[in-house]
Write a protein that binds this ligand. Structure first.
Ligand SMILES: C[S@@+](CC[C@H](N)C(=O)[O-])C[C@H]1O[C@@H](n2cnc3c(N)ncnc32)[C@H](O)[C@@H]1O
Length: 280
């Protein structure tokens, strides 16, 4: 195919995704990239906890919140320097620099709270309400209601399984962060990889055993190094170039599955991460 035809085809495909995004009420054509990755790898499920780095204008966040059913079952924390437009109320949105340690600290706090809330919800489901001892009035005050159905803190501690270590409750860390492009390929590659690395460092801290990591990369030697690092922590790492990503762009995605399960299947050993605790 000649260069002219290729350019035409690319424009056509791009327009197709732009049009589709508009028709489907998606906030960016980028949403289709996550849709394609999800269709192939099933990284998100109802109830999943997801961190979406580089979320604006919001296409990935929309797809993720819908799949994980945030906030009723799962949780999506969306981080970007820019606001999501329009805002997505079903996600917890932080307009902050992900590489700023203060942002990461905020996410840790959110995860701790979510973990605690989930434990309490689990407890409420496990414990049937205590039978009423008297055959008294059917209408009771809210105070009485609380005292008959809510467990005391000591009961809570006895009946719940021990909590996993703090924050290792994240099912997927997604990174579609992109720097302001300089036009110099090597610099752009380095900056993109640096953003992906910052997400990977955090993923290594918060992912549950078996969790997933997806990051945008630009092909080049720096990306190979990033992939090697991912290989050390995940069961499998694949390179994906979704159809919705422009073919003339060097952009692609590394999709890593099975956090903490590298080589463990073969040896039957438990990874440090698994031994450390896991999903509730
Ligand atoms: C390709 S866009 C993301 C598109 C988005 N995934 C979607 O579906 O709409 C890349 C985003 O990365 C964000 N970004 C770049 N550096 C960042 C940083 N240090 N912290 C947070 N977001 C960043 C940019 O502001 C930009 O919105």
């Amino acid at each position: 195919m000649g260069a002219g035809s290729k350019a035409w085809l690319n424009r056509h495909v791009k327009d197709h995704f732009v049009r589709q995004a508009r028709e489907q009420g998606l906030q960016s054509r980028a949403a289709f990239k996550l849709k394609e990755i999800q269709a192939k790898h099933r990284i998100l499920r109802p109830g999943s906890v997801v961190i979406d780095c580089g979320a604006a204008p919001g296409g990935w966040t929309q797809i993720a919140t819908e799949i994980v059913r945030s906030p009723s079952q799962g949780l999506v924390i969306a981080v970007d320097l820019l606001p999501l437009r329009p805002p997505i109320p079903t996600a917890l949105c932080l307009q902050q620099d992900f590489t700023d340690p203060a942002t990461v600290q905020t996410i840790r706090t959110v995860l701790d709270r979510f973990q605690e809330q989930r434990r309490l919800r689990q407890l409420a489901r496990q414990r049937p309400p205590k039978p009423r001892q008297d055959a008294g009035p059917t209408t009771i005050s809210s105070n009485q209601s609380k005292s008959t159905t809510m467990p005391s803190s000591s009961e809570t501690q006895q009946s719940l399984p021990p909590p996993p270590p703090p924050r290792r409750i994240v099912d997927a860390v997604l990174c579609d962060m992109a720097p302001s492009f300089s036009g110099t390929k090597a610099i752009d590659r380095l900056r993109t990889v640096a953003l992906a690395e910052s997400a990977l460092v955090f993923a290594e801290e918060v992912l549950r055993p078996g969790g997933s990591f997806v990051c945008k990369v630009l092909q080049g030697p720096e990306t190979d190094q990033l992939r090697q690092r991912m290989n050390a922590h995940f069961k499998s790492v694949m390179y994906e170039k979704p159809k919705s990503s422009r073919s003339e762009s060097a952009e692609g995605f590394l999709v890593a599955l099975g956090f903490g399960q590298r080589d463990m299947a073969a040896t039957g050993q438990r990874s440090d991460v698994e031994a450390d605790g896991g999903r509730q």
